[in-house]
Design a protein around this ligand. Structure first.
Ligand code: TRP
Length: 341
């Protein structure tokens, strides 16, 4: 596996919480945007990696089977990329009932209008076009996410910019709680934006996403990877090799920027491409082995792990216990602040 220089090596001693909704297998966009960073961050920090199955149900209540099977897929993806369960605590949201009680209490601190103004949930609601109205659980998932973040005393949340409005709500809750229960009731968390741009889909239409069908999955086989690289969107006006080509919006260059360790060479290739005389095929032939080498060990590890029926329990059981203990202490402080002690 190609090791890229880590931009995270300076971060130490923090309590980190990151999470994913289990709604499908992970892909290269997740790898570049968050998984790689988690592998780095677990070395010198306490890191919780949350499988947010309750949050996934807020817009998948009609399809619980998908959420259930995706929990297992996520565990396999995590382990296959190198998230180490002896260094990171991989936890499943629904196994930690303290999170539900915290959510219930925090809901008293956040107005419906505040939730309706949230730009992230707002655009998600537009995309989803819920038939039969927006589930109240969906509108409230930012409150439940505030519970996720505060329950383990996290002070750093690595995530995309779309998570900023959610973190803002979480920190408003922290302030309210600390005013009511004393300064040490809850800990404030900072957002750490994922390094680099979001990886585009292989078709060049928006970001990589499994549901859009433009993703390279961490479980893709060699032929699938080759076909996706060969079909990758480049510059539609770059018809002849001698034509000048566009680098911006060109998916092959976005991939090289993300995964080719030889940045000086990539810069030289960009210049050559812009000037004309560099063909798409040559670029794709450079990219393909980089992706094959990156994904092959992940895919193999994943397939091996999938054979072990206990892997899932082994990973989740121990961390659940530790996480519940931790969340229980936070819940105790919150209950006291509400006069429930
Ligand atoms: N909302 C996040 C997403 O859609 C997932 C998530 C749930 C999360 N709980 C979290 C992210 C806590 C960071 C911290 O990707």
């Amino acid at each position: 596996m190609t090791i890229l220089p880590s931009p995270h090596s300076g971060i130490r001693g923090r309590t980190i919480l990151t999470g994913d909704r289990p709604t499908g297998q992970l892909h290269l966009g997740h790898y570049a945007g968050s998984l790689k960073a988690r592998v780095d961050l677990q070395e010198h920090n306490e890191q919780f990696v949350l499988i947010a199955d309750l949050q996934a149900l807020t817009d998948n209540a009609g399809n619980p089977g998908k959420v259930r099977s995706s929990v297992r897929e996520l565990v396999l993806d995590y382990l296959a990329v190198g998230i180490d369960p002896t260094k990171s605590r991989i936890i499943r949201q629904s196994r930690i009932p303290e999170l539900a009680e915290l959510t219930m209490l925090y809901m008293n601190l956040v107005s419906v209008a505040r939730l309706e103004r949230n730009p992230t949930t707002k655009s998600e609601i537009e995309q989803r076009a819920f038939t039969g109205g927006v589930p109240s659980g969906f509108l409230c998932y930012p409150v439940s996410q505030a519970a996720d973040i505060t329950a383990f005393d996290a002070d750093l949340v690595p995530a995309g910019a779309d998570q900023a409005p959610i973190l803002e709500i979480a920190n408003e809750i922290v302030e309210r709680m600390n005013r009511a229960g004393g300064a040490g009731t809850l800990r404030r968390a900072e957002l750490m934006l994922s390094a680099g741009a979001r990886l585009p889909g292989v078709d060049g239409r928006g970001k990589m996403s499994k549901s859009a069908g433009n993703a390279i999955l961490l479980s893709d086989d060699e032929a699938a990877i080759r076909n996706k690289v060969m079909a990758m969107y480049t510059d539609p006006d770059h018809l002849r090799v001698s034509d000048p080509g566009r680098v911006e919006g060109n998916v092959v260059f976005a991939m090289l920027d993300a995964f080719d360790p030889d940045t000086a060479e990539v810069e030289a290739l960009k210049q050559h491409y812009r000037a004309g005389g560099l063909g798409d095929m040559a670029l794709k032939r450079r990219l393909e082995p980089i992706l094959q080498e990156l994904i092959a060990p992940i895919r193999e590890r994943r397939a091996e792990l999938a054979l072990d029926p206990d892997v899932y329990h082994r990973v989740l059981d121990a961390s659940t216990e530790i996480a519940r203990e931790r969340a229980g202490r936070v819940l105790g402080r919150v209950r006291a602040a509400f006069g429930l002690d």
